[in-house]
Every structure is written in C-alpha cells, then in structure tokens.
Design a protein around this ligand. Structure first.
Ligand code: G16
Length: 537
C-alpha cells in the first residue's frame, strides 16, 4: 500500500554540474533525500512498470539512501529496480547497466571525487535512458519540482538484502541485486584486445583510492589481464575512502606519482576517482595532462578493436585544451566544444556526431556508455602501449612533435567565500568588452567572451559557461566557478599556451606569463585574498 508522507520544500536542491551534491549532514535532514528522489520521479514520465537502476560509489550514506530510494521507486510504480551488490555501481557501470537493461533511467549515488564520511559529501544524480546524466531541461524540471513539493510516496517494506545476488519482490516491484562488475568487464573485453595487452608483459600500478573502482580494477587488471597481484592499490571501497580525497590528481594521488617518478617505476601508472569515471595517467617519468591524454587517445584509438573503424568526431569541454582539436583536424573529422559537464556530450554521442569525448577535469570516454569512464581510458592506453610497443613518454613526445604542444595547467582556489567569488566573476564580465587590444606583459588580448553553447542536435542554448580570454597567438585563460563543490566557491583558472615546435619546455615556466596576466585581468589575489592557488593540476 502506498504511503503519502507530507513534506515541505528545501530551497537548496538545484542540481549542479553533476547532480545534487551536499554535505552528508544536509542529506540527513528529515525528508531531504526523499524530497529530491520524489522530485526526480515527479519530473519524469512513463514510470509505470519501468526498470530503474540504482547504485553508488559506496560512500557513507550510500546503503541507507538506496533502501529509501527502492521504497520510493516501488510507490511510484516502477516494475523493477536493478541494484549493484552492496549498493555498488561505478558511474560508467551504472550507465552501461541502464543501457543494457533498457531502463527508464538510474539513480547514481555519488559525490564523485569529493571526500566521504559523516562530515563530508554525498550526492544523487539522475541518468536518463541513454545512460547519461539528465540534460538541463530535465534537471531544471527536477529543480522546479523540489521548490513546490508537498509530499513523497513510499511503501511499508523491510530493507532489501543488498549483499545477496538474486530477485525479491517488494510491494509488487521486483528488486534484482546483481554483480556490479560482470557486465562492465564484458563490455571492456569487446572494446579492447585483452590478449595483446596480456602478451605485452607490461607492468603497472593502479591506485583505486579506496573507492569504487577497486573491484573493477582487480577483476579486469589482475584476474583477466594477468597483471601482478598488488598492481591495484587501495582496492577496497571504504565509506570514507580511507580519509582521503578520492580525486585522481597529482596532489591526492601523490604516492602513485612518486612511484612513477622513481628509477624502478613500472611502465604505466593510473588512478581513478570516487565513482570510477575519472582517470589519472602517468607514464614512467611523465605525467600526461587530461587534455593531452584525450588527444593522444583519439589519435591512437584505431589501434583498439572497438575503434578500428575510426572516429566520427571528437568533443571536449571548453576549458579543455585544444590539443584534441588538432587531432580531429588531422583526421578530417569534426570537433565540438561544449560547456563543462558530461551531460553536454550525450546528444552528440546519441546523434553519432562524436565517438570520443574528454575534459580537462580528468574525464575521458566514448560512445560505449554515456558517462566518462576511468578504467576505459586506462585500458585504451594499455591497448595502445601494447600495440605500439613504445613507452608513454615516447608516445607523448611523438605526439607533440606531430601536432605541437598545448601547455596546460588548472589553478584552483578552493573554499573561497561565495560573495567574493561572485564579485570577481561579475567584475570580470563587466569588463569583457574593454579587454580586446589590451596588453598584459607580452600578451595582447585578441578576444574575450562569456562562453555560450548551442547544442547542434536540439538547438538548446546554455549561457554563462565560463569566461574566455584569448590572446594573440593562441594562448588563453579561462575563468569559471566550479559546479561540484559543497562549501563556498571554487574558482578555476585554466591556463593554456600552444607551441608548434618548442615541445620540451617546463609547463610552469611556459605558463608563467599567462598566470600573471590572469591575475592582472581578474584581480584574483585582490578578490580572494589568496596569494596562490590551493591545487594546481
Ligand atoms: C563533474 C562532471 C564533469 C565536470 C566536472 C568538473 O565530474 O561530470 O563533466 O567536468 O564535474 O566540474 P566543476 O569544474 O564544475 O567542478 P564528476 O567527476 O565530479 O562527476
């Protein structure tokens, strides 16, 4: 029997770059998670008898919210819920599961690379039937509903045993607990030449950061590809990620970085984030920026069985470097520049306009699912290394010699007071028109704008997606506020400089004048009170 629970709206349930992310304590308020989940279901149609996928990255609160969501799904008429054993599904595995089960959609419970635990972060994201994050028109409808919601629906039922595979009935709805790894591993075997990777005899270190990728990486890398036991480090998902940030960058995956810079480093190093959709790629003695990794993967993808037929197009988010555009031009295929957020790639992939997509924020993926996919990027790199028989460094150098090098860095100023960050952006917007022609050191501004995107498939327009200042000669700086943080504001400053032949420079030195210009243009120190960024990636 359906139970109607009266409720009142919370004013702060607007989904950000990737779903609703808040502190655990916020989610623990009465009716908070329930309101949001019910708002999702109120905003979507065709629920009757439909299949819903539910899974998360195993962080604190994951199991509790899954039990709540299962009951609300039953009360809203779903016919079947497919849930990963232990409440676990990596984000790309959830995307795959939605697609192969022809589900109406899925709830992905994650705050991605944000830390977990009772005082840290939690998140809920809705993905649609193509397996990808809900597009803006859906998230806007969800948000609108959160502002008017006056009840949520549930059923009287015991908790489901999430630790045993199989089907049970719950108030007329089938709940199916499945192994979270099997289907995903099968998809990877179709895309990549596992025999070639095995035969290459490579050594590697993979840091799963005590997050969701552990079981996937252990099964695929150690069991199926034969990498030595212990290749996967921190392979058990923990509710607090062992107290670390499950963010695969050079700051939070520093141990891996040290391993890869040592004299006895393995051939290949990689890491993934809280929910398994991001990746970090490090060769022996060389870090590959996510923007470069996208370009190098795109240039070599045809070496893997799943991409032998070539690529239809390459898409990148606006702040991602233009390195991938050069590959697309050389391949004679279209390139797309979208706002930040994987949701913007979905339409391009569905329409067959792009095959590979990527972002500076350590996300790369293809049309095999509709999320970015950390292990996919790792396996494509391994496939390329196996076929080319060269080191990561040799492949990178050859790439730069062919296409030139886009030196790149992102400076993050974290936990800035929201008012101060907003003031910086407002001031910057107000002077965009006066910037062209102005000089900052040796740099002259060629153009400056607030990025807007018109989706080529449905004509929808997204405005205010980040401020671009382009300098004569191809260098640029981009400013935007993060849409995934949960306290204060994070200012992201993206620096890029293109060099056709000077490919051996030090990135920090090559970008120093652009960093200085960024401060002169935006008054970063003046507004934030910070002398330097908190994180440089
Ligand atoms: C999410 C989105 C990505 C986006 C990233 C950074 O990643 O899915 O598409 O690039 O946030 O967003 P921001 O710069 O607004 O913090 P994830 O891995 O957190 O889901």
């Amino acid at each position: 029997m359906t139970i109607t629970v009266p409720s009142t709206p919370y004013p702060d349930q607007k989904p950000g770059t990737s779903g609703l992310r808040k502190k655990v304590r916020v989610f623990q308020q009465p009716n908070y998670a329930e309101n949001f989940i019910q708002s999702v279901f109120d905003a979507i149609e065709d629920k009757d008898g439909a299949t819903l996928v539910i899974g998360g990255d195993g962080r604190f609160l994951n199991r509790e919210v899954i039990q709540v969501a299962i009951r609300i799904a039953a009360a809203n008429g779903f016919g079947r819920v497919v849930v990963g054993r232990g409440g676990i599904l990596s984000t790309p595995a959830a995307s795959n599961m939605i697609r192969i089960r022809r589900a109406l959609g899925g709830l992905v419970l994650s705050a991605s690379h944000n830390p977990g635990g009772p005082d840290e972060d939690f998140g809920i994201k809705y993905n649609i039937a193509n397996g990808g994050p809900a597009p803006e028109k859906v998230t806007e409808a969800i948000h609108a509903r959160t502002l008017t919601i006056d009840r949520w629906l549930t059923v009287e039922a015991d908790d489901v045993d999430l630790d045993t595979d199989g089907e049970t009935m719950l108030a007329g709805m089938t709940v199916e607990v499945v192994d979270p790894v099997t289907d995903y591993a099968e998809l990877m075997r179709k895309l990549f030449d596992f025999d070639a990777i095995r035969a290459a005899g490579l050594s590697m270190a993979f840091d799963a950061m005590s997050a969701v990728t552990g079981p996937y990486a252990t099964e695929i890398l150690e069991r199926q590809l034969g990498f030595a036991a212990g290749t996967v480090r921190n392979g058990t998902p923990l509710p607090d990620f062992g107290g670390h940030h499950p963010d695969p960058n050079l700051v939070h995956a520093h141990e891996l970085y040290k391993t890869m810079m040592a004299a006895d480093a393995p051939d290949f190093g990689a890491a993934s984030d809280g929910d398994g959709d991001r990746n970090l790629i490090i060769g022996r003695n060389i870090f590959i920026t996510p923007s470069d990794s996208l370009a190098m993967l795109a240039a070599n993808a045809h070496l893997a069985p799943g991409y032998r037929g070539g690529l239809k197009g390459i898409a990148r988010s606006m702040p991602t470097s233009a390195a991938a555009d050069r590959v697309a031009a050389a391949l004679g295929i279209p390139s797309f520049e979208t706002p930040t957020g994987w949701k913007f790639f979905g339409n391009l992939l569905d329409a067959g306009l792009a095959t590979i997509c990527g972002e500076e924020s350590a996300g790369t993926g293809s049309d095999h699912v509709r999320e970015k996919d950390g292990l996919w990027a790792v396996l494509l790199w391994l496939n390329i290394l196996a076929v080319r028989g060269q080191s990561v460094e040799a492949i990178a150098r050859e790439h730069w010699a062919t296409y030139g090098r886009n030196y790149y860095a992102r400076h993050d100023y974290e936990g800035v007071e929201s008012d101060r960050a907003d003031a910086l952006m407002t001031e910057l917007r107000s002077k965009l028109g006066n910037l062209p022609g102005r000089r900052f050191g040796d740099l002259t501004v060629e153009a400056a704008d607030d990025f807007a995107y018109e989706d080529p498939t449905d004509g929808s327009v997204s405005r205010n997606q980040g401020i671009r200042v382009l300098f004569v000669g191809g260098s640029r700086v981009v400013f935007r506020l993060s849409g995934t943080g949960t306290s204060g504001a994070t200012l992201r400053v993206y620096l890029e400089r293109y060099e056709a032949t000077a490919i051996d420079g030090d990135a920090t030195a090559m970008l120093a004048d652009i960093a200085a210009a960024a401060d002169a243009i935006a008054g970063i120190v003046r507004h934030t009170g910070r002398e330097r960024p908190d994180v440089v990636t």
